[in-house]
Design a protein around this ligand. Sequence first.
Ligand SMILES: Cc1cc2nc3c(=O)[nH]c(=O)nc-3n(C[C@H](O)[C@H](O)[C@H](O)COP(=O)(O)OP(=O)(O)OC[C@H]3O[C@@H](n4cnc5c(N)ncnc54)[C@H](O)[C@@H]3O)c2cc1C
Length: 432
Amino acid sequence: MTNSLFTDDYKTTPYWREATPALDLSDQELPAKADVVVIGAGYTGLSAALQTARGGRHTLVLDAENAGWGCSTRNGGQISTSIKPTFEQLSSKYGAQRAFNILKEGHNALAWIEGFVADEKIDCAFRVAGKFVGAHNPVQYELLGKNIAQQIKGLESEAYLVPRADQHTELGSDIYHGGAIFPKFASVDPARLHRGMLERVLEAQATIHNHCRATGITADGDGFCVTTARGEIWTRNVIVASNGYTGSSTPWLKRRIIPIGSYVIATEPLAPGQMDRLIPRDRIVGDTRRVVLYYRASPDRQRIVFGGRVSLTETDPLVSGPKLHASMVEIFPELAQTRISHSWVGFVGYTFDKLAHLGKHDGIHYAMGYCGSGVSMASYLGMRIGQQVLGLKQGRTGFDELSLQTRPFYTGNPWFLAPSVMFYRWLDGMNR
Ligand SMILES: Cc1cc2nc3c(=O)[nH]c(=O)nc-3n(C[C@H](O)[C@H](O)[C@H](O)COP(=O)(O)OP(=O)(O)OC[C@H]3O[C@@H](n4cnc5c(N)ncnc54)[C@H](O)[C@@H]3O)c2cc1C
């Protein structure tokens, strides 16, 4: 690779994996029987397994690659209230009370993850650092202010505006027209969070099987037979936690989940003092564009970790890296010569109604579809689906019984993505 934007030792694996490599879980033999088989060892699967194992169920977690290989070690480590549709949008569909219950879960997930990390003593650089949302035009700045002023009672997020004149106290950039601060939003090292969960799951006597893809699930008596690359397991319950990597072994879910690539780069270490100018208060950062950019300092404040959707169709991290770099330099021109040390991609799971879903179909439990905001929500709903398997009433959520929709002719290949991204970019461009 001759592109001088990359360091000589650049990697196309997540920066987070440098300090926390995948665990080499020995290839244990699969038992013939289990109480619960969890498919997918990301936040959702591990959080579910922690509940069922602690609830006394013999629990097996399978991952087609290695535990954490999916989004759970590829994300930006930004934690907010996670739910995309507004109260108005949800209440016109479901009524005000249901809308409230759904949105409340975003607040519940944010509060829960902080408590979980503390209670489980997970050392993962979790920090209530706050978020800066930059307005990409004056109208969006007004709108941020209006949204803060008109929050629904009981669903308020602490927030305040920062006008453009004061922006440099929050961000060393002139690109935004002011922005909003959400002081309760948090940052985390995603791979260390995942590792902490994994350790708790193993301590709870669940087993995790890497390189063990589930290839089919069939009803069998009062349970299921799960076929895998390494043999068959009979189990009373199955929890599918494969999110943006959902495949043909669960065709009903595959028709309902839209896999979308999200791309991230990490830079080489910045010059001394530079980070204190660019991200002085260590906030996580996003903006008001539809095709959003998200970025932050690494936990040691040496590097910028910068993500977004940079191409219409899915592409290679060697192609997305320079595009993200260009977007980063638009925001921070002084980083023009700063090179990329890591460039990677992960597939988030979207849904047609832009809501996460958990539930049961043909007796098979699932939780997925976090629409790109799943650090807290996947962990939280994984916990809830685990409780549902245990039959616990605290497992109930505001998402229960929402219909997980598909569209005619959709089979898991989002052909409509490129035109949608193009349209949203056009809208973002118009607004600028
Ligand atoms: C680049 C990127 C940036 C992101 N940034 C943020 C962020 O800043 N904040 C935020 O809140 N969210 C963010 N997200 C989203 C968040 O990371 C995800 O919502 C969350 O990690 C989902 O966790 P999960 O356990 O459901 O899925 P994953 O972590 O993706 O795990 C699914 C697992 O299922 C396994 N699997 C699939 N099929 C099978 C099978 N048949 N058999 C066995 N195993 C199987 C896969 O190998 C994979 O390991 C980001 C995502 C990406 C990709």
